[in-house]
Design a protein around this ligand. Structure first.
Ligand SMILES: [Zn+2]
Ligand SMILES: [Zn+2]
Length: 900
């Protein structure tokens, strides 16, 4: 039998076990109609950049779910993948080119795409390697990339279907434009920053007669594209001007003054310049009033021919010149500082230009209606629940989705324009002729699709849609979509819309949203603050299991998670505790062979019943918590059980039984005859299985070592990851044993606390007397344990009626079901002792008052379930009893001091 090393070194076992699992094919589920399937499609990781803690959290939570379901015997698929990340990747490769003094236009579309593929392939390998490092048990045989032929065909098919239905159209609409990247951006790709700019008040002279209308704007250069001035019809200041016109200065263009109820009378002067081609609100006003659109900018944000004398100027140079010219004409009334939120390109930080542009759009309202319905009907559940309302709000106000991007990296739009009849051919496979006139003169649209278009199809495109594959039939719809709450709209909502549209089915039945990771003090992690934790560094320092455990500690759906050194260290300590406990058990098993019949959990020993009862309660709770997606709480309960009940109590007690203590004064009849080994082995084995989804590596290592020492090893599975997840056995519940052991633990703890409080040397034995009633015989049976663990000798356990007056100075500990009397001759200050008893009585009185108030409160009594009320009543009775006994101690203390 191989010894297990004295210290846990994660680096030595992690790769070994990952390779073993991979080789055994455990990650690849079989299509088995007799089995239930469990499916998580991994959110495709962007090929840009290295993995951060957010990815580690995603991978950990998904791995917990998938390992758990696999152990439950389900056919569990976790399908990994990567996203080409359109603009983000293109910007990275452009930057690399720029370092070599080259540009994308310089090398051309074909060469640029080839370079980007090379870069992406390397990055995908890194991402795969890092997921493997984290222990992710995903099915690499089914790994997908958004640009793979399968997902690619799905994208073209979905596009053409929507186009044929009239739900995809091309039109001039307001979009976010990045002048540097020269592409449209989705709202998600725009970062809003608060900046302090200016509000410029410009005078527009009336065309007829004297006077002017003053408008306020943050972007004065856009006045060149104005096509109206709007006022609120209820605004008395402007009532008589409605229907008249003004003449734009410098360019001498006459534009109308119109009335629109949406104009905010309190902003600026209450008169609003309308620049429909460069402002989303103005665009809507223009649509209502049929105003023309005048685009004044080139794609690179220089002014175009519509800007008259400013033609060719860059937008901010144009602003300076416009301001100077207006000033000269005395048309600039005033300038005020003004702080406002301005959109910037999320990739290159250039200021966004809202702009009307000819783009492709999805008409989303009909798709959204179906997606709202499935959530309302409860076919798709969002966890935590409060995000459901946010989902509805967004879906009910959904706008058409701009899906075209002026990029080279991505899915090219499957649309061809005919040079002869000017009509459009949309096709899944590249056409050779125009479907309208048969002309061969057709050119494909040069744009690509928004990255979110392909990720919206991810749950079904990864399983083979549009083909009718076995995977699609068995694994679709999936089970859980786990992702950050920040992309609920941009991604989750679109997957629901597109899944329903393409397959007629929901893509998954549960959406689990996790929070963001913050540092220990709750601050957002950022390079600037220097509080970023790199997952690879954390792994090399603490091991993968400790990192995973720390990430799960305190996690609950939708809430942000704090993570720092403290959590990582305490997780590592837990792994070490588990390691050392297992070593002790393995060494004991090596010393005393466990017979097959001895593995049956038959024992009359109270602590054996107790640990087994507690273990089964734990299993029951963990199962419920896992079903409720409360992984943080499930992990916490396993931690508490293993650390405290199992290691600190049961194993410590078992040590006494295995190696009877030489100093044991009252080794009772039969003590040490019944071996605790079957319970040690059973509790450890089940605890390891409970922990496996959270800490896959250390549990596999320890489980394999334990298995070698078990008589039924021949019937056990080859790996813990395919062993069944423990099921609770309610026959194991032993309330009486729990009551006794609670009392034993309380007695030992209180004596240990007293020793610490009075600074009694650890090696010193001290006398103790325990008085109790109902538990007299059960506590007497535990005398050995109390004696050794509390280091008390002689120890007497008696009925309360046998208690005579205490001689000399004593310390009296009033516990739930017993009093412990410890004579501390010469050590106890009587006054201090009296103060302690008084203080404790005061605290109990306060708690009694609170409970009484609560039990008088009709609101509480009518709302709380009967058993809760009953519990509170029991608590009150218990406290009242304790108070009575404290008072007795106090009067005894006083009378005994009077005697002495
Ligand atoms: Zn940009
Ligand atoms: Zn044609």
């Amino acid at each position: 039998m191989s010894e297990i090393p004295s210290a846990y070194e994660p680096g030595k076992i992690e790769k070994k076990w990952y390779d073993f699992w991979l080789k055994q094919g455990y990650f690849t589920p079989k299509i088995d109609p007799k089995k239930k399937s469990f499916v998580i499609i991994m959110p495709p990781t962007n090929v840009t950049g290295e993995l951060h803690l957010g990815h580690a959290l995603t991978a950990t939570l998904e791995d917990i779910m998938v390992r758990w379901h696999r152990m439950k015997g389900e056919s569990a698929l976790w399908l990994p993948g990567t996203d080409h990340a359109g603009i983000a990747t293109q910007v990275v490769v452009e930057r690399q080119l720029a370092k070599q003094g080259r540009t994308k236009d310089g090398i051309g579309r074909e060469k640029f795409t080839k370079l980007t593929w090379e870069w992406a392939n390397k990055s995908r390998e890194d991402i795969r390697r890092q997921h493997q490092l984290l222990g992710a048990s995903c099915d690499w045989a089914r790994e997908k990339f958004t640009l793979d032929e399968g997902p690619n065909k799905a994208v073209r098919t979905a596009f053409v279907r929507l186009y044929d239905k009239g739900l995809i159209y091309r039109g001039e609409r307001m979009i976010n434009w990045c002048p540097r990247c020269q592409t449209a951006l989705s709202d998600l790709e725009v970062e809003h920053k608060d900046i302090i700019g200016h509000l410029y008040y410009i005078r527009y002279p009336l065309t007829q007669g004297k006077g002017f209308v003053t408008v306020a704007t943050t972007r004065p250069e856009t006045f060149l594209g104005d096509t109206a001035v709007a006022v609120n019809p209820a605004d008395k200041r402007y009532k008589n001007l409605i229907g008249k016109s003004i003449t734009l200065p410098i360019v001498d263009k006459e534009i109308p003054i119109i009335a629109d109820e949406t104009v905010d009378t309190s902003f600026g002067t209450g008169a609003l310049k309308i620049t429909p081609a460069h402002d989303p609100t103005d665009f809507e006003v223009a649509q209502r009033h049929n105003l023309p659109l005048v685009d004044i900018m080139n794609p690179d944000a220089t002014m175009n021919e519509n800007a008259g004398p400013y033609y060719g100027l860059e937008r901010f140079a144009c602003r300076d010149k416009v301001l100077a010219d207006l000033q000269n004409k005395k048309l600039l009334e005033k300038i005020e500082p003004y702080s406002h939120s301005v959109g910037h390109c999320g990739r290159c930080q250039t200021m966004i230009e809202p702009k009307v542009s000819l783009q492709w759009f999805v008409q989303t309202q009909p798709l959204a209606r179906a997606a709202i319905e499935v959530v309302k009907e409860g076919r798709v559940t969002i966890i935590p629940e409060h995000f459901t309302k946010i989902y509805f709000d967004w879906m009910e106000n959904i706008k058409d989705w701009c899906i075209s991007r002026q990029l080279w990296w991505g899915h090219r739009i499957p649309v061809w324009y005919c040079q002869d009849c000017a009509k459009v051919t949309a096709a899944v496979d590249e056409p050779t002729t125009c479907i309208h006139c048969g002309s061969k003169q057709i050119i494909q649209d040069s744009d690509v699709l928004d990255t979110w278009f392909s990720s919206a199809l991810w749950p079904h495109s990864t399983l083979g849609w549009p083909e009718d594959t076995d995977d699609l039939r068995y694994f679709y719809p999936g089970s859980v979509m786990e992702t950050g709450y920040d992309i609920l709209f941009f991604w989750v909502a679109r997957m629901i819309m597109m899944g329903l549209e393409d397959t007629g089915e929901i893509p998954f039945h549960t959406v689990y949203l996790h929070g963001l990771i913050r540092d220990e003090s709750g601050e957002k992690m950022s390079k600037l603050r220097g509080n970023v934790i790199n997952p690879s560094e954390a792994i090399s320092k603490y091991g993968v299991d400790a990192l995973r455990f720390a990430l799960t500690t305190g996690t609950s759906p939708g809430n942000d998670i704090n993570l720092g050194k403290g959590k990582l260290e305490s997780s590592r300590n837990f792994v070490n505790k588990l390691w050392n406990a297992t070593r002790f058990i393995l060494q004991s098993l090596d010393a005393e062979r466990l017979e097959a019949q001895a593995t049956e959990l038959q024992s009359q020993i109270i602590e054996d019943h107790w640990i087994n009862s507690q273990l089964n309660r734990l299993i029951e709770n963990v199962t419920r918590l896992m079903e409720e997606f409360q992984f943080g709480e499930a992990e916490q309960q396993i931690y508490d059980f293993v650390w405290s009940k199992f290691c600190d109590w049961y194993i410590e007690i078992a040590k006494i039984r295995l190696r009877p203590h030489p100093a044991l004064s009252m080794a009772g009849e039969g003590f040490g005859e019944v071996s605790p080994l079957p319970f040690l082995a059973n509790t450890l084995e089940k605890s390891l299985r409970l922990l496996h989804p959270f800490m896959p590596f250390v549990t596999e290592e320890l489980w394999q070592s334990l298995k070698q020492r078990l008589p039924d090893k021949g019937q056990m599975p080859a790996s813990i990851m395919i062993a069944p997840y423990p099921l609770a056995d309610d026959k194991a519940f032993a309330p009486e044993a729990e009551r006794v052991m609670d009392s034993v633990i309380e007695i030992i703890r209180s004596i240990r606390n007293a020793r610490a409080q009075y600074k009694v040397k650890p090696s010193k034995w001290m006398e103790a007397r325990v008085y109790t009633d109902e538990l007299l015989s059960s506590l007497s049976a535990q005398a050995n344990i109390i004696e050794i663990l509390a280091k008390v000798r002689p120890l007497t356990i008696l009925g309360r009626q046998e208690r005579g007056p205490d001689k000399g100075k004593t310390l009296v500990l009033v516990l739930k079901e017993a009093e412990v009397v410890v004579p501390l001759a010469g050590m106890v200050d009587r006054l201090a002792e009296e103060q302690r008893l008084v203080k404790e009585s005061e605290e109990i009185k306060e708690r009694i008052a609170q409970l009484e108030a609560r039990l008088r409160d009709n609101a509480f009594l009518s709302k709380a379930p009967a058993q809760v009320v009953e519990k509170e009543r029991e608590k009150l009775a218990m406290l009242e009893d304790k108070l009575k006994r404290l008072h007795q101690e106090l009067s005894q203390l006083n009378s005994s001091s009077a005697d002495s």
